[in-house]
Each structure stands twice: as structure tokens, then as C-alpha cells.
Design a protein around this ligand. Sequence first.
Ligand code: SF4
Length: 367
Amino acid sequence: MSLKKQLEENIHELKDLPNFSSFSTSKKKKLKKLVEKHPMSITKYYSSLIDWNDPEDPLKKLVVPSLGELSVKGSYDTSGEKKSTVMPGLQHKYKQTALIIATNRCAVYCRFCFRKRMVGLSNKEVISRFEKAMEYIREHKEIKNILITGGDPLVLPTKVIENLLENLSGINHLDFVRFGTRIPVVMPERITKDSELLRLFEKYSRKDRRIYIVTHFNHPREITEKSIEAVDSLLKSGVIINNQTVLMKGVNDKPEILAELMNKLVKIGVSPYYVFQCRPVKRVKAHFQVPLKQGYEIIEKAKAKMSGHSKRFKYMMSHETGKIEILGIKNNEIYFKYHQARNPKNLGKFFKRKLTPTAGWLDDLDS
Ligand code: SF4
């Protein structure tokens, strides 16, 4: 079945949710309005992983709209993406890295997405002047790697992905290209059944310049026979796979869940790369964000259950000013370090804030 056809078969309408009949009339009305603002899309495969009879099912929380999303506390641009945009679809925040927003579409619309402002909605932020963007990357020799993201770039037709790779492979100052994608997690057949896509990765992930795939597994139940198959096919095509996870209330905010996730990822050949503090995004913050104090404690307890390989990730806050590592808590103070910084003067800067137990973001803390 074509990719387009598969995506059309997704669950887009509330009435098609297996548990729709259990919603009250008022809930149906509120969610209907919400879905008009932030669309829903769930693959048949991902739906099959959900326990629809469990009101607290963690996978359901990731993809099914809920009343928790009615809170609009927060911002739609928590990482300062507007400021980093050099032209539509091209961001350049850190010297060595440029980011291409290749699409506004995804195979599922994750309820926690930090690009909630655009996924499935506006394509104003998507790359439109492709040649101009390539020219910018060619001229900026300080750019050493490209992150292709969106939306989910692997929902694009394979031909479009080929065009991107072909163009980028001709830019000699690039060390590597990364794809940020949830496809191995939510639609593994896109990988296992598309030999053309795998052939592309084989061709462009060269021994002297690898392609990196950054997956987004958030819960150990997402590691299934099919997603393992997808990871295996990707590894055999010569790409390197890292994973980033968002720490989320009611999803993976238990040490044993996080530890199981990281240990299983390592077992299947995926390197844990970042655990992100959930950003204070509108319709996400109130629903999913775990306070920093609690988050740090969960992660430390989880690490006690992990091997060295499983705990290679950093606990990170992707802040407007840079990527800030959450290092530790002592005597009611929380310690941070700039891992990447918008202002190069901040790179490596080590600093602390007074700890407020409910604070979920740097801006919630007093110096
Ligand atoms: S797949 Fe990625 S970009 Fe798309 S909604 Fe999920 S988190 Fe956001």
C-alpha cells in the first residue's frame, strides 16, 4: 500500500476512536473544538498498541486529545525558533548546526509536540525556497551538520528525501546529516516495506559521512517486534540511530519505566541521546510537564537501574538561550551547564538557581 494511502487510513476523527462512546457530551464538544485547532492523526499500528480500556494508558496519552490540552499556559515558541529562522524552513541557532523544516505533516500528531503551533496546520514555516536554502548552507562553511525535521521528514515521498540527500551530499563542509523522526515508532512499515528508502540510506550513509536517525521512543511499550524490525533495517542500511525522549507526566515519569526504556533501546542498537525536560508549550505544559526537582529525582533513580551504555543520555532543557544540561541538585539549589548556546559566550557556562519545587523551566527559577 502506498504511503499516501496508509496515512489516509489513520484515525483522524474523534468518532473513530475506539473509546469515543465513553466520552460525555460536554467532553465530545470540547475535544471537537480542540481537534479543529490541533489536528489528530493516529496510525492503525500505533492504535493497536494502545489499551483502549485503560483510562491511564500512557501510549493513549501521547496521541489522543484530552481535556488537559485546554490549558493555554505557556508559549508556542519556547525555544526561540522564530529568532533562529533565517528564511522559511531554515533555522540557524548554533554555529555548527542548521535545521531544515522539511514538512508540517507527521504520521501521528503527538499531543506533546513542541511544534504544536504548526504540525498538521500551517506550512508557512516549511522550506519553500529550496535552492536559496541550499545556497545559504553552501555559503556558511561553519555549518557542519544539518538536522532535517518538521513535522516528520520520513512522511515525505522517497523521491523528495532523495533530492534532499543528493543536494546535501554535494556540500563538502558538512560532516553529517540527521533526520528527526517518529516513523520507526509509529509507522515502522514505512521503513521495512520501502526498499527504495533503505536503498537511499545505504547510498548516502557513507563510511566517511554517516546519516544519523534521531528516533523518538518515549515508552518501553513502543519497542515492539515491528519497531525492532524497523530499527534493524535502518542499522543494516548503514545509518546510526540515536534516541531522544521527553520526560512526561503519566507517561514515563517513573524510574522503572525510564530505565526499562533506555535498557531496551541499547539492547536493540539505539543510543540514548537526550532526555528532554518537557517544554512549557501551550496546551502541553500543564498536561505533561514534570517539575525539574521531581524530574531530576526520577532520572537519578532510573540511572541506578541502568548500565553505563543506557545512561549515556543527558537530561536537557532546550531553552531559548541554548541547550542547558540539568546537572544536579544540592542544598536546595539546582545546577546547570550550557551544552549549546545561542550566544557563544555562554558555551560551557556553569550556573545555579534557587530551587523551587514546582518550577518546570529555567524562567520559573529565581537566581
Ligand atoms: S512526530 Fe514529531 S513533529 Fe510530529 S507531532 Fe510528533 S513530535 Fe511533533
